[in-house]
Design a protein around this ligand. Structure first.
Ligand code: NAP
Length: 252
């Protein structure tokens, strides 16, 4: 990896799974661009944790549903930290309130699609432009954060969200094949029920307590357990893994 640069961009890196990825990646020697949308204090805390691990980091504000913010994130990250070698396409929302699709508003569905589909595609596009050896890059790895909702469908809760993660899964397969001969591996991680703020953001603060025991392994997972798989997929230890989608879901 040394000739590729050890700079990692994590979208939505300030809280939850993204923050755990930033911390774990720092422990593996990555410098980290920590993107956030609103919560600067949370991003600054992750930057301090990366610095405490002896790596460089920068908190970079940007709404990943907006093209100019996506482009600016990559420009700023490269200017501050150097050549980008890894991208974790993680920023995502479930939309609120949870419920059946026949109760959902068009505005709410559009907001989720804008970030989870259009935004994720734009982040992947910028990653491809920076990393591909066919475009002057030095190669690297992209990890898309999907969800097991893509295959479970999230009935009664978040059908629109599940559909956006189905799009992430399709993008992962297609882009992995576009970039396979250009030095870039593209994989997805599909978390199950994970302890983060996303459930409260979706108006279901009790979701983990309610559903945790129904997971085959008997509990919800942690952001750190997801981060382990993400950082492995970024590493050279996964050098022959591309187009894969790893469920980190306790058997769900
Ligand atoms: P989270 O705890 O709610 O954190 C979301 C992160 O994304 C925050 O850093 C937030 O920053 C950022 N963010 C939100 N909107 C953004 C935007 N428009 N542009 C840039 N950043 C934005 O969520 P999480 O549970 O860690 O989820 C991370 C990913 O994992 C998502 O793609 C989610 O769909 C997926 N996932 C989660 C679970 C789960 O059970 N937790 C399960 C499956 C998949 P601010 O605080 O600044 O807004």
């Amino acid at each position: 990896m040394s000739d590729r640069g050890r700079v990692l961009v994590v979208t939505g890196g300030s809280r939850g799974i993204g923050a755990a990825v930033a911390r774990r990646a720092a422990a593996e020697g990555w410098d980290v661009a920590v993107n956030y949308a609103r919560d600067k204090a949370a991003a600054d805390k992750v930057v301090a944790e990366v610095a405490a691990a002896g790596r460089r980091a920068a908190a970079i504000q940007g709404d990943m549903a907006i093209e100019r913010d996506v482009v600016a994130l990559f420009e700023t990250a490269a200017a501050l930290l150097g050549r980008i070698g890894g991208v974790v396409n993680n920023a995502g929302v479930v939309g609120s309130p949870a419920g059946r699709l026949d109760q959902a508003s068009a505005d709410m569905i559009a907001r989720v699609v804008d970030l989870n589909v259009t935004g994720a595609l734009l982040v992947a596009r910028e990653a491809a432009r920076r990393l591909s050896t066919a475009r002057g890059g030095a190669g690297g790895a992209i990890v898309n954060v999907s969800s097991i909702a893509a295959t479970l469908g999230a009935p009664g809760e978040y059908v629109w969200y599940a559909a956006t993660k189905g799009a992430v899964d399709s993008m992962t397969v297609g882009l992995s094949r576009e970039l396979a001969a250009e030095g870039v591996r593209v994989n997805a991680v599909s978390p199950g029920l994970i302890e983060t703020d996303i459930h409260a953001s979706g108006g279901q603060p009790d979701r983990l307590k309610r559903l945790g025991p129904s997971v085959p392994i008997g509990r919800a997972g942690t952001a750190e357990e997801v981060a382990e798989t993400v950082v492995w997929l970024l590493s050279d230890a996964a050098s022959y893994v591309t187009g894969a989608n790893v469920r980190v879901s306790g058997g769900r």
